[in-house]
Design a binder for this molecule. Structure first.
Ligand SMILES: CC(C)(COP(=O)(O)OP(=O)(O)OC[C@H]1O[C@@H](n2cnc3c(N)ncnc32)[C@H](O)[C@@H]1OP(=O)(O)O)[C@@H](O)C(=O)NCCC(=O)NCCS
Length: 181
C-alpha cells in the first residue's frame, strides 16, 4: 500500500538522496557524467537542506511511501511561479523499482489538487529535458500538452534544452478526479 503525505523538514535528506539517485539514472547521457558520478549528491543535499531550512511561501512537496514507510517518490511545486505559465511542477521522481504503478500519476494529482486549492484559476506547467522521451510520454498520458521550448542552466554547468508541458484548469481537475486519494 502506497501512502501520500506532505513532506516536512525531517524529510529533506531522504528527498535529496532519492533526487540524486533518480538523476544518476534518468539523466544519464543528458547531464555531464562527471557531475552525475559525484557532485550531484552534494548538489541535491544543498538544494533540499536550503529549501526546507527556509521554505518559500509557495512551496509544496508531497512524498509517496511504501507500507514500511520508505520513500518511493516525491514531487515539488511552486505556486504561481510564472505569470503566464502558472504554478511550476519542479521535480517529480519515482524510484525505478516502483515506476509504472501509478505513483507518478498520483503525485501529480496531489500537486494539482493543492494548486487548485491554494492558487485557484492558475494553470500548471513543468520543464522536461527535451531528450527525456519516457517522461514526455508519461506527461502526455496524464493530460499535459506541449507549451513551448526553453533552456535550463543545470547544476552540471551546462545549458540544456527543455520543453514546457502545461495543464489547463480543466486538465488539472480531470487528473484529480481520475485518481482516488
Ligand atoms: C516519469 C515518472 C515520474 C513517471 O512515474 P510512474 O510512476 O512511472 O508513472 P505512472 O505509473 O503513474 O504512469 C501513469 C500513466 O503513464 C503511463 N506511462 C508511464 N511512463 C510511460 C512511458 N514511459 N511511456 C508511455 N506511457 C507511460 C502509464 O502507463 C500510465 O498510464 P495508464 O494509467 O493509462 O496505464 C517516472 O518514470 C520517473 O520517476 N522517471 C525518472 C525521473 C524523471 O525522468 N522524472 C521526470 C523529470 S521532468
Amino acid at each position: 500500500l502506497t501512502t501520500y503525505r506532505e513532506a516536512t523538514a525531517h524529510d529533506w535528506e531522504e528527498i535529496a538522496a532519492l533526487h540524486a539517485a533518480s538523476w544518476q539514472k534518468a539523466y544519464r547521457g543528458a547531464l555531464r557524467d562527471d557531475f552525475l558520478d559525484g557532485p550531484v549528491v552534494e548538489s541535491r543535499r544543498e538544494r533540499w537542506r536550503e529549501r526546507f531550512a527556509e521554505p518559500p511561501a509557495n512551496q509544496y512537496v508531497v512524498i509517496a511511501e511504501d507500507a514500511d514507510g520508505a520513500m518511493i517518490g516525491f514531487a515539488a511545486a511552486y505556486g504561481e511561479s510564472d505569470p503566464v505559465l502558472g504554478t511550476l511542477l519542479d521535480n517529480l521522481h519515482v524510484l525505478p523499482g516502483h515506476q509504472g504503478e501509478g505513483v507518478g500519476r498520483r503525485l501529480v494529482a496531489h500537486v494539482a489538487a493543492w494548486a487548485l486549492r491554494a492558487y485557484p484559476g492558475v494553470p500548471l506547467y513543468l520543464d522536461v529535458l527535451e531528450g527525456n522521451s519516457r517522461a514526455r510520454r508519461f506527461y502526455e498520458r496524464i493530460g499535459g500538452t506541449e507549451a513551448g521550448n526553453d533552456a535550463w542552466d543545470a547544476p552540471d554547468g551546462e545549458r540544456h534544452p527543455v520543453v514546457h508541458y502545461a495543464w489547463t484548469i480543466e486538465g488539472m481537475r480531470a487528473l484529480v478526479d481520475a485518481v482516488p486519494e
